[in-house]
Ligand binder design. Sequence first.
Ligand code: OOB
Length: 561
Amino acid sequence: MLAGCTPWPTEFADLYRERGYWQGETLGAFLRERAHRFAERTAVVGAGQRWTYAELDARADRTAAGLARMGITAGDRVVVQLPNRPEVFEVVFALFLLGALPVYALPAHRRAEISYLCSFTEATALVVADTDGGFDYRELAEQVRAETGGPEHVVVAGDTGGRPGMTSLEQVREGGGAGPGATAVPEPGDVAFLQLSGGTTGLPKLIPRTHDDYLYSVRASAEICELDTGTATVYLAALPVVHNFPMSSPGFLGVFSAGGTVVLAPDPGPATCLGLVETEGVTHTAVVPPVAMLWLDAVEGGAQAHRDLSSLRVLQVGGAKFSAEAARRVGPVLGCMLQQVFGMAEGLVNYTRYDDPEETVATTQGRPISPDDEIRVVDSDGTEVPPGALGELHTRGPYTIRGYYRAPEHNAVAFTSDGFYRTGDLVRRTPSGHFVVEGRAKDQINRGGEKVAPDEVEDHLLAHPGVHDAAVVAMPDRFLGERVCAYVIPRGESPARAELLRFLRGRGLAAYKIPDRIEFVAEFPATGVGKVSRRELREAVRAAHVPTDRETAPAQPAHQP
Ligand code: OOB
């Protein structure tokens, strides 16, 4: 296993193999097998292109050979920051074939996040788009290189614009010749990629997922969602596909496992997505709650009321709590089934099932995938609470990691000594085993599915000379669930809000982490005696000043979970 990762203890690995969860398949072999079986079916539609499975496979193969010629080999980390375009699949499957590890970055990430990912993982390459949504990712790649001195290779899916030291994906592919060009065949128990965690402390943590564990979650998810090779699934990827939800729950991998078609939406807005549902005959899609609410409003008496959505069978909603009121509107307004999904990139995923009673679907966040997902709901001392009582969810199982990548100190806190992941989610369990997510014990802001670590934003604020101290907290919001609010004690005269916001953007922070509101205060509320932890401070600030809904800024749609 990759250095810096925590393997499952042998007795667990043996059990998971014995029970047929880990089947010894790699993601590269997975695609190859589907490419032969479904060769002429359409695998992916997006950005004006339509590729069959055979075409996708041939491209991945040539790109793998080209990357190998550039010197990229098994075990190398490659940061992939691509929007929803077909090339994202070509690149990640090429890397899987080589045994190189994609490190998934969100399109919203900027210099701070990408520099960190490149240097922390010692990436040999960065793959970016040319431009997307008016943003030039090549410029970002140049800034990252200037800041970190790496990575060695920058590959641009599109036009390099003649920038020195960058290679276009087309050049990589055309220079590759035929054949996989792999230097070593990856093992199914190896780490396949690194996924970003929402994070609670400081810098984002990386989640190492193996071929075996991930493909189990994909196969089982496809089964729960009844994607089978006999029925034509057309899945709309409305969220960025590098997120765990549209990747594996059942996501594009689940759809590929069943020979279905993935339609890539360039943005999650109702005009784009509901238009694609109509023209492409979409059967399944997955969104975060604020996006679901925009779609519901757009269809119910809004600008999309005329759409023929009769092909749509299932709308999955997850990433943040979906209110029961909104959940009850899905069937009547969109004419499809709702499935709630409560998952985490660290592993555990819960689904409401298609045959669950309507009230269960409206009011719970589902139950686990696997009979071997071990669940404990515990109080603050770690003692299990009685059935049905509120507590923190701890979990261990065949597709839940045992540790973050290169993070021994954090692992000691985030996992129990017997390997349970402390999710930080406060839940109740119903007698049927479904979870109701009631809140959070972890220090994280869930901005409509986008996760923000308060620490990280505070550290950037503290770098400003006019900031003496800062506490970043969640503020309730009717649309996004939560927004980011920063309480700042100025050093001397308060800096202008606009200046602080400009400063944060200038530090290369993703837009969804930039505070929606800044409050200047003379002091923070007292938090007891002794050394004050930042966490205590945040709790005190939150308790002292909870802004009302009326005070929040106008809603902006969230762009990813
Ligand atoms: C998904 O994954 P992440 O890693 O971005 O975030 C995980 C966290 C959970 O621990 C929980 O706090 C929150 O997001 N969450 C939900 C939720 N789904 C996720 N909170 C309430 N209700 C829900 N339905 O967000 C993710 C990964 C795979 C599938 C779906 C979502």
